[in-house]
Ligand binder design. Structure first.
Ligand code: AMP
Length: 245
């Protein structure tokens, strides 16, 4: 998939893009859009879910503490998540901006992020001001039944991370990644019983972020039921045009 010409033409490789947040329920397409944005704007995709799953797979202390909570579909405590995120955001590849997928997930996390960014702007001075500017927030809104179908059909490649959907975007060969032929896997927390818990957690804890960010004029809502290319076009337009206040 290629980016729209108008977006590509305005992207300079050295341009400071700043922080971008993708907000949406599980299955709304955050991972897919984050990968497209990351590639086009040459900034890192920071998915807290991926970082936590990686810690679980490597059996780190953080992974051991998070595993059971993630398996139930609950949110991992802030103490663990915020340390992990601040470490990641201070890495060198974030100096032109970054795209957050799955973070913040609560108003407390959003407030923490605003103070973190403000502190980085002060500490790092004028060279990093734009990289740690107030974020542009893109909300992907998707119908509840669509979400269920997307999550039930979601498979990913353990080698390259590419995401498929057995109903909507199947691989060319059943069960195998188009890019590297690896056997596709289903996330443990994409099972039906856990999905209901994750959607509940989203409604109760993450949806209030829509008010938090819209009052600052930083939120753009995109209809995530549209084809991937159209969602991408509108997301790119938001990145180009929203004022960071
Ligand atoms: P995701 O891949 O974003 O759907 O995240 C998978 C799971 O990781 C979630 O159901 C939570 O258990 C945990 N998780 C991911 N991001 C966060 C976060 N920002 N705060 C707390 N828990 C998180």
């Amino acid at each position: 998939m290629t980016a729209p010409t108008s977006a590509v033409s305005s992207i300079a490789s050295e341009r400071i893009v700043g922080p971008i947040i993708l907000l949406g329920a599980p299955g709304a397409g955050k991972g897919t859009q984050a990968k497209l944005i990351a590639k086009t704007f040459a900034i890192p995709q920071i998915s807290t879910g991926d970082l936590l799953r990686d810690n679980v797979a490597r059996g780190t202390e953080l992974g051991k503490a998070a595993k059971a909570i993630m398996e139930k579909g609950d949110l991992v405590p802030d103490k663990l998540v915020l340390d992990m995120v601040s470490g990641r955001l201070r890495e060198a590849d974030c100096q032109r901006g970054f795209i957050l997928d799955g973070f913040p997930r609560t108003v407390v996390q959003a407030e923490w992020l605003d103070s973190f960014l403000e502190k980085e702007r002060k500490d790092k001075g004028v060279t990093c001001e734009a990289a740690y500017a107030p974020p542009v927030v893109i909300q992907l809104k998707v119908d509840y039944n669509q979400l269920l179908q997307r999550i039930a059909g979601r498979r990913s490649c353990p080698a390259c991370g590419r995401i498929y959907n057995v109903y909507l975007q199947p691989p060319k060969v059943e069960g195998k990644c188009d890019v590297d032929g690896a056997t596709l896997v289903q996330r443990a927390d994409d099972r039906e019983d856990v999905v209901a818990e994750r959607l509940k957690a989203y409604e109760a804890q993450t949806l209030p972020l829509v008010d938090y960010y819209s009052s600052g004029g930083r939120l753009v809502t995109v209809d995530g039921d549209q084809p991937v290319e159209e969602v991408m076009r509108q997301a790119f337009s938001a990145i180009e045009h929203v004022n960071r206040v």
